[in-house]
Write a protein that binds this ligand. Structure first.
Ligand code: HPA
Length: 281
């Protein structure tokens, strides 16, 4: 018997396939302000999330909300999500993870996930990129809670190498080649939507976090459940609360994202080449 979830995933994937015959090999999820990467794809076909059955539709400023199929500069067939939904919008974690599962059903074997984050590590600077090597899931839940879909993956699955080591190396090299100041580190995911307090940031630092944000981790968990390879790139849009003697401002977060946009797009173009299963990375 087909479960509701499998039926919903297949209806979503079929709707996308009916709009574009491209078979994507790598999935990309773009955080705030990176939509230009999707717009630059060759032969791009954009499907607004609202036209994909069961897809959650984002409400956040700077998150356009469309799935774009097309090929990268180097001819890699991609499925690119321009915008994502967040748990803080009121979507359960299971729904936040749904789009990445659709990417998996569309046939991608690797996903490159990007986000904006606050720098907890005081050696980082706004505009730097952190290649995610691990995470702390502090969202108070796990998107895989509920009946396990054996057709997707196992009930209990490994997270000890959630962030593919070869892709971490490739991501770091891609950032350097694009002229970006790049680090590696641990991303802590909280629900938001309030930014953290200075005491929370001190706690996160003591726990081993280098950056803090409100996304990505549910997607990583869903991707690993399906056996997809994962790369995560965090753009440090601000120093986390209490590091500087200034309040955090969402406008500033958007502006710093804007500043590194072009270089990050260059890095993504390089990284998807290495993430392509045909490339043997
Ligand atoms: N905290 C949480 N999420 C964020 C931040 C932050 O400082 N900056 C961008 N996203």
């Amino acid at each position: 018997m087909t479960s509701d979830l499998i039926r919903q995933l297949d209806e979503a994937a079929a709707a996308v396939r009916s709009r574009c015959g491209l078979a994507p090999r790598v999935g990309v999820v773009l955080g705030s302000g990176l939509g230009a990467f999707a717009d630059a794809l060759q032969g791009a076909v954009a499907v607004p999330y609202g036209e994909i059955p069961h897809f959650p539709v984002s409400t956040a400023v700077g998150h356009a909300g469309k799935l774009v199929l097309g090929t990268s500069r180097d001819g890699i067939p991609l499925a690119v999500m321009a915008g994502r939904v967040h748990h803080y919008e009121g979507y359960p974690l299971q729904q936040v993870a749904f789009p990445v599962r659709v990417l998996g059903r569309l046939g991608v074997q690797a996903v490159v996930l990007t986000n904006a984050a606050g720098a907890v590590n005081t050696a980082f600077r706004p505009g730097d990129i952190m290649v995610m090597t691990d995470h702390l899931n502090l969202m108070g839940g796990n998107p895989m809670i509920g009946p396990n879909e054996a057709a997707l993956g196992e009930r209990f699955f490994d997270m000890s190498t959630a962030y593919d080591r070869a892709l971490c190396d490739a991501a770091e090299a891609a950032c350097r080649a694009a002229g970006i100041s790049v680090h590696r580190g641990v991303y802590a995911a909280l629900t938001g939507p309030s930014y953290e307090t200075p005491a929370e940031i001190r706690m996160l630092r003591a726990m081993g976090a280098d950056a803090v944000g409100m996304s990505t981790v549910p997607e990583v968990i869903a991707a690993r459940h399906m056996g997809l390879r994962v790369a995560g790139l965090s753009c440090m849009t601000n120093m986390a609360a209490g590091v500087l003697d200034a309040p955090l401002d969402h406008q500033e977060v958007l502006e710093v994202g804007e500043r590194v946009r072009e270089k990050l797009i260059e890095a993504l173009n390089r990284l998807v080449r290495d993430a392509d299963p045909g490339a043997g990375a």
